[in-house]
Design a protein around this ligand. Structure first.
Ligand SMILES: *[C@@H]1O[C@H](CO)[C@@H](O)[C@H](O)[C@H]1NC(C)=O
Ligand SMILES: *[C@@H]1O[C@H](CO)[C@@H](O)[C@H](O)[C@H]1NC(C)=O
Ligand SMILES: *[C@@H]1O[C@H](CO)[C@@H](O)[C@H](O)[C@H]1NC(C)=O
Ligand SMILES: *[C@@H]1O[C@H](CO)[C@@H](O)[C@H](O)[C@H]1NC(C)=O
Ligand SMILES: *[C@@H]1O[C@H](CO)[C@@H](O)[C@H](O)[C@H]1NC(C)=O
Ligand SMILES: *[C@@H]1O[C@H](CO)[C@@H](O)[C@H](O)[C@H]1NC(C)=O
Length: 423
């Protein structure tokens, strides 16, 4: 891992950010073994921990105990985000592509001709423990009469759709539906009175890319201190899952607007991406602190989703990308692509850890870095007709940002499930 502060790192970072933003511009055209899970009731758990010496750790545990939705815990020192991919064609995938009617055509890789299938068969295995198995019926029962909402960009929409696919198996025909209303996509499981939603807000805060359909804006402008235009639609939700990253990676300084969008847009301040990003996350934290009730609701933040644009980074051919990649990176536990900004990760860590209402980071970046095989690549519905030049060189239009379903994002949701019920 190279230091993010070296000048060389910085210039290549801008280069990749630029390349990445182009890809985003193109790609975002549309819009087991439960040994580590303690299942005893908390009362018993606390009795086991009764020694005075452990007073401090009890205090932290008691803080955990009040987390809503939790029914157990993951072994204290097990970092579920640190692990390895294991090929497992017995228990993976969780569902077949054809069995989930809600997958967008942009994420349906088999339907659009992907020849290989192994990308569906990898199971995430943390080093320190096993993950609880995802039980859709259980989750729906826990969410009875509740609302869950994903807010962010198209990658978060992918995670939302994965969650819908994971849960809808347990909902009988005639009791499930999906509806798009402007920025909001609403999945309903009527027999549970459960609603799972996705809300389009690629910067979380207000921006000129907020239209759910027409958001191809080259010159992005963000009102980093202003979140209520979106957040008014999030009120009363029980579980929030945020993300924001890709849209910030323009390779240029960010244009941060002080006034409203309806004026002449004169009061624009340019700043480093990290500084604009920090302002936006602070706006998010302020909103969470004011509007989310730590005794009844939960808040998650999915860390940056990596892209795989340059195979040279993982020792591949000079001009390759994720196209034609069929295996994860298994031999380099520290593999980290240039497009994933360590300094943005630091901002996420610092700003969110200071929130008075707990915001759990789903730190999926490292485990997704390994998955150069899991992108939609050329196997998706294309928005525009491909030119003969493109067709002659499939690499040129491969989408190395988004992920096939079923696939990697089901793991993100297994980790969300783990943190929700077994924090
Ligand atoms: C992940 O776990 C391995 C083995 O337990 C350990 O050596 C490594 O430092 C951990 N990595 C991180 C980022 O915590
Ligand atoms: C699962 O993978 C193993 C090892 O690669 C292979 O021998 C077996 O045929 C596969 N089973 C199915 C059902 O694909
Ligand atoms: C899944 O959860 C339901 C409801 O809690 C339970 O009845 C069922 O036994 C669970 N299934 C498995 C395989 O654990
Ligand atoms: C269904 O859930 C909503 C909250 O999402 C709640 O306001 C409503 O009362 C519930 N309806 C029934 C019939 O339980
Ligand atoms: C895909 O990769 C295989 C080797 O893994 C190679 O034989 C084949 O030519 C590649 N296909 C394309 C179109 O690059
Ligand atoms: C996420 O994990 C990586 C190591 O894989 C670490 O460097 C980073 O600080 C973590 N981020 C947060 C927000 O905890």
């Amino acid at each position: 891992m190279k230091s993010p502060s070296s000048p060389q790192r910085k210039s290549s970072f801008s280069f990749y950010a630029l390349a990445l933003s182009f890809v985003v511009f193109v790609a975002v055209l549309y819009g087991e073994d439960l040994s580590c899970i303690l299942r005893q009731p908390f009362l018993k758990f606390q009795q086991l921990q009764g020694s005075e010496k452990q007073e401090e750790s009890i205090a932290t545990q008691e803080k955990d105990v009040v987390l809503p939705f939790a029914i157990g815990r993951t072994e204290k020192r097990c970092d579920v985000f640190n692990g390895t991919w294991v090929y497992d064609n017995i228990t993976r995938p969780h569902y077949a592509e054809t069995d989930c009617p809600f997958i967008q055509p942009q994420l349906k890789c088999q339907a659009y001709g992907r020849p290989d299938k192994a990308y569906q068969n990898w199971r995430w295995q943390p080093h320190g423990c096993a993950l609880p198995s995802f039980n859709a019926t259980f989750m729906l029962e826990m969410l009875r009469g509740k609302r869950m909402m994903f807010v962010g960009d198209s990658l978060n929409r992918g995670q939302f759709l994965s969650m819908v696919c994971l849960l809808q198996r347990a909902v009988p025909e005639g009791f499930k539906s999906i509806q798009i209303i402007g920025s909001l996509t609403v999945f309903k499981a009527e027999n549970y009175n459960t609603t799972i939603m996705f809300y389009w807000a690629p910067f979380l805060v207000e921006s000129n890319s907020d239209n759910a359909i027409v958001h191809r804006v080259k010159d992005r402008i963000v009102r980093a201190r202003s979140i209520n235009k979106h957040a008014q639609h999030w009120k009363g939700v029980d579980i929030m899952v945020f993300n924001t990253y890709m849209w910030w990676m323009t390779g240029q300084r960010m244009k941060i607007l002080r006034g409203p969008f309806d004026g002449d847009l004169k009061d624009i301040e340019e700043m480093e991406t990290e500084d604009g990003y920090r302002l936006a996350l602070r706006s998010l934290v302020r909103w969470v602190e004011k509007n989310m009730n730590p005794e009844r609701t939960r808040v998650f933040f999915t860390s940056m989703s990596p892209a795989h644009e340059r195979s040279m980074e993982w020792g591949g051919e000079p001009d390759g990308n994720c196209f034609n990649e069929t295996n994860p990176i298994l031999d380099d536990p520290t593999y980290w692509g240039f497009a994933s900004s360590k300094s943005i990760m630091q901002v996420v860590k610092k700003v969110l850890s200071r929130s008075k209402v707990p915001i759990i980071v789903l730190n999926i970046t490292q485990l997704s870095e390994y998955r150069k095989d899991a992108h939609t690549s050329i196997y998706k519905k294309q928005w525009n007709k491909l030119t003969p030049e493109q067709l002659a060189n499939p690499r040129s239009y491969a989408d190395c940002v988004h992920w096939c379903l079923p696939g990697l994002q089901d793991t993100w949701n297994e980790l969300l499930y783990t943190k929700l019920f077994f924090p």
